[in-house]
Ligand binder design. Structure first.
Ligand code: UDP
Length: 377
């Protein structure tokens, strides 16, 4: 059985890496090849190195002033020879990026069976200024198999009349990646320059609040509110340390450095590689973020998460109570953070909740399903 696994950005790489590794362990049953579009070059390479994955095809499509028209067109055109050469039975794509959508179209033209990992997430807001809902919906339309992380995502797909037997609930592969990574970063022979540096920044006598934020919907007043809230939290709680790896987008950098640049217990640092970030998540007391992936990871480490968004395509975490939506409302961010810092019982309870995103066995469920479909034991 020939598999082609295609991805282009860091979050996709993190979530596809354990699948690549598991498929490669079954080399007697599968010929698995990896194609990267390199929509995000540098961050992607770091993840591949950590998971020890060498791509078989590298389209290397990151260009200065990239736009969605040329990126979409180039992904489709550059995948043609790859698909024609390898002739995969199955093409695996992940999530909701331009790579996901364009690669699934190319795979459709090639007549391969399309497998969508992390299928069925929906905001139900197709005509927002951002393409993610369109990307995941279009991929859903052309996919043969939908590997849904949760029953909520399965239900979204059923509502779109996808066939029941085409939807497989697996949990999210990010938990598979996280458990692998936690083990690796804590092993004795793991040496990482970023972790060494973090150890010099981290104050062991303080409780760590880890912050990340990048979403375009928060650019502008959103980030200003977030920063003002963080400033107030840091000043009111000298026993805490805020570490914030700041996204490189100038719309994020400007308010963050202007408002938080000179506060003693706030460390603004460069974005971290995935292993260093995992290492720091484990050391944190709580996490404040607008990232999708971090919301899925943190409950597996027992860390409460405050989510700086008003809407979410991940309602499971809100329902399970593992995350709290605080939007970009300054007072709300301050109130909920203060509560988690001061109310030990509420804090402990939140950290003990079951992670609705999975148990670390998502990839083996995908592989078992493909084997079963092909009548292999
Ligand atoms: N992450 C990382 N370094 C950082 C911040 C986040 O490696 O400085 C990881 C994080 O653990 C998660 C993923 O990147 O697995 C999330 O990516 P991001 O927040 O960029 O995207 P989203 O999940 O919102 O699509």
């Amino acid at each position: 059985i020939k598999n082609l696994i295609i991805f282009g950005t860091r979050p996709e790489a993190i979530k596809m890496a354990p699948l690549v590794k598991d498929f490669q362990k079954h080399f007697d049953q599968f010929d698995t090849k990896v194609c990267i579009t390199a929509q995000h070059r540098e961050m992607l390479d770091q993840v591949l190195e950590f998971f020890e994955i060498t791509p078989d095809f590298d389209l290397d499509l990151m260009k200065p002033n990239q736009n969605l028209y040329t990126l979409t067109a180039e992904i489709i055109t550059n995948l043609k020879p790859v698909l024609e050469k390898f002739q995969p039975d199955y093409v695996f794509v992940h999530g909701d990026t331009t790579t996901t959508m364009a690669a699934s179209l190319a795979a459709f033209y090639a007549g391969a069976k399309i497998c969508h990992i992390e299928a069925g997430l929906r905001t139900f807001n197709m005509h927002s200024p951002f393409p993610e809902e369109m990307n995941r919906s279009v991929t859903g339309v052309v996919s043969n198999l939908h590997f849904a992380p949760t029953t909520t995502s399965r239900d979204n797909l059923l509502r779109e009349n996808k066939k029941e037997e085409s939807i497989i609930v697996t949990g999210n592969t990010i938990i598979d990646a996280l458990l692998f990574s936690v083990k690796k970063v804590n092993s004795n022979d793991f040496i990482d320059a970023e972790v060494v540096k973090l150890k010099t920044i981290l104050d062991p006598n303080k409780r760590l609040i880890l912050v990340t934020g990048h979403r375009r919907e928060n650019h502008g007043q959103g980030f200003i509110n977030i920063c003002e809230a963080l400033k107030a939290i840091a000043l009111d709680n000298p026993g805490t340390q805020i570490i914030y790896p700041v996204h490189l987008n100038p719309n994020v950098q400007k308010p963050v450095y202007e408002i938080l640049g000179n506060i003693e217990n706030i460390s603004l640092i460069a974005p971290l590689s995935y292993p260093a970030f995992v290492w720091l998540m484990e050391k944190s007391y709580l996490i404040i973020t607008d990232s999708g992936g971090v919301q899925e990871e943190a409950p597996s480490l027992g860390k409460p998460v405050l989510v700086m968004r008003d809407t979410t395509e991940r309602p499971e975490a809100v329902d399970a109570g593992t995350v709290l939506l605080v939007g970009t409302d300054k007072e709300k961010i301050i109130t909920e953070t203060t509560r988690l810092l001061n109310d030990a019982q509420a804090y402990e309870q939140m950290g003990k909740l079951h992670n609705p995103y999975g148990d670390g066995e998502a990839c083996s469920r995908v592989i078992d399903y493909i084997l079963k479909l092909n009548n292999k034991p």
